[in-house]
Design a protein around this ligand. Structure first.
Ligand code: NDP
Length: 329
């Protein structure tokens, strides 16, 4: 399959070029708003075509696009790809506002192309093992989850995320969407209500760089979640607690494979073995399966829309000071 990269981004260079190639596909073009940046990216990653406008892709026989420009630009790129009959792997958050994300999902549906959202964390080995343990009821009745996804935003990407609300900056749009997807993958449901507080620790300009919230699910489960940009020494984790056992996943909300998972029950605590599959390669391989019409484990466009709805409810609750119902389009 022939891919084009829409966006000469950090994530494309660090992870996705290799992931697409490792899954057996070709990266044939990169699109950037700057010809110079496109050429530099193409040179570094040995990509044949460097173009400064997406319409130049029409002549290249592209099968699929990976969209990783800033969040405000995702919609136009996805709508063009759908019109051109190209399958879409779009970065999260799908868009800054829900209406745009909805138009993107509808356009792909109407064009009959596969749309996936790059919620890579559900492909982490610990996520997959946790989901299997929960589904086979080894935890008994699950009552609660604690999720901590507070990190230190690396210097080289301390740009628009910290200063540009219009591009989708702020820690909630950036990270809470991942957390909503991880918990939907583990629990099989999205929250109905959220109650949130956010703060600015001095890293971001005019927006939140720290957020904590409690999410309530229809099943009665409550989840505490924490997103942060300014905690260099914090460890990420997900803990799922039931009346028969608890799961503790530590260091599992990362880009690289890794972390640990332990199950504690009446007989003690034991480690659960984890594979070290590349998360992003799994996203690409699952996208290939979806295109073949086979079962897949990716977050699709609708899942990306749902996770964005949760993030917007978190922001709404932090603003209103009240518990907010999540409005799913
Ligand atoms: P970057 O800031 O690296 O890139 C985003 C855009 O910024 C690029 O498309 C590029 O525009 C422009 N840009 C890049 N470098 C420069 C520069 N030196 N000067 C001016 N403009 C520049 O973003 P990220 O890679 O961090 O994020 C891109 C998308 O991927 C976002 O939607 C983000 O949320 C998502 N993401 C997802 C992750 C995941 O694990 N699923 C992880 C990280 C990010 P142009 O294309 O026009 O050259």
């Amino acid at each position: 399959m022939k891919w084009a990269l829409i966006g000469a981004s950090t994530i494309a260079g660090q992870w996705m070029v290799d992931a697409i190639r490792s899954a057996g596909d070709d990266v044939v073009a990169v699109v950037s708003g700057s010809t110079q940046r496109a050429q530099a990216f193409a040179h570094t990653h040995q990509i044949e075509h460097a173009v400064s406008h997406e319409h130049a892709l029409d002549a290249l026989g592209i099968d699929a696009v990976y969209v990783s420009n800033t969040n405000d630009k995702h919609e136009a790129s996805v709508l063009r790809a759908a019109t051109a009959g190209q399958h879409v792997l779009c970065e999260k958050p799908l868009a800054v506002d829900l209406a745009a994300a909805k138009r993107m999902v509808q356009a792909c549906e109407q064009a009959g192309v596969v749309m996936a959202t790059n919620h890579h964390l559900r492909h982490n080995a610990a996520h997959r093992a946790m989901r299997a343990h929960i589904a086979s009821q080894q935890l008994g009745v699950v009552s609660s989850v604690r999720l901590s996804h507070s990190v230190y935003l690396p210097k080289h990407i301390q740009g628009w995320r910290l200063s540009d609300k219009g591009a989708g900056g702020g820690v909630v749009l950036d990270i809470a969407v991942h957390n909503a997807d991880s918990l939907a993958f583990l629990l099989g449901e999205y929250p109905t209500h959220v109650c949130a507080m956010t703060s600015n620790t001095g890293m971001a300009q005019g927006m939140e760089d720290n957020a904590m919230s409690v999410w309530r699910y229809a099943s009665g489960i409550t989840a505490f979640t924490h997103q942060g940009f300014n905690t260099p020494f914090a460890e990420t984790h997900i803990q799922v607690h039931g009346d028969q056992a608890s799961l503790h996943g530590t260091g599992i909300l990362t880009q690289a494979p890794g972390g640990t998972l332990q199950l504690t029950d009446a007989s003690g605590t034991r480690d659960i073995a984890l594979d070290s599959d590349n998360l992003y390669e799994r996203v690409v391989r699952n996208m290939q399966a979806a295109i073949r019409g086979e079962l897949h484990a990716n977050a699709d466009g609708a899942a990306g829309l749902q996770s964005l709805a949760v993030a917007h409810a978190v922001l709404a609750s932090a603003t209103s000071g009240h518990t907010e119902a999540v409005t799913y389009p």
